[in-house]
Ligand binder design. Structure first.
Ligand SMILES: [Fe+2]
Length: 131
């Protein structure tokens, strides 16, 4: 049986369209709001069709030296062209990109995980320092 961690894939986001990319400052001020965006397919576009799309992105913060991570947010992408007219005939598609406003009081690592409906779970991480 695979361990849960083995279900998550990762790769260089510049070559692999499934990797969630976290964009934010490398260093932020303690307790001050900042914006982090997380997107899938930043360099190599990922499809967004009824048959093939990104379902969700979840973001966690793991403070350096602590035992447990904290969930920052979960973002569902619900519209992928579904319609009574048939697949890909619908009027709306949710793009797989989110902007999160947050603040942290300690340095640590942001983790992003994402799910492609047919290519599974993907992850990436970005360290953030305080100063
Ligand atoms: Fe995919």
């Amino acid at each position: 049986m695979k361990q849960l961690a083995e279900l998550y894939q990762t790769a260089d986001w510049k070559a692999e369209k499934h990797v969630p990319v976290i964009d934010c400052a490398d260093r932020v001020k303690a307790g001050e709001m900042f914006i982090a965006t997380v997107s899938v397919g930043k360099e190599v576009a990922h499809p967004n069709t009824t048959e093939h799309h990104i379902r969700w992105i979840a973001v966690y913060f793991y403070p350096a030296g602590e035992k447990f991570p904290y969930e920052v947010g979960r973002f569902e992408f619900s519209a992928h062209g579904e319609s009574t007219e048939g697949p890909n005939q619908g009027p709306v598609y949710t793009n797989h990109e989110v902007a999160i406003s947050l603040k942290i009081s300690k340095p640590g690592t942001l983790y992003a995980t994402s799910l492609c409906n047919i290519h599974g779970l993907w992850q990436s991480a970005k360290e953030i320092t305080i100063g």
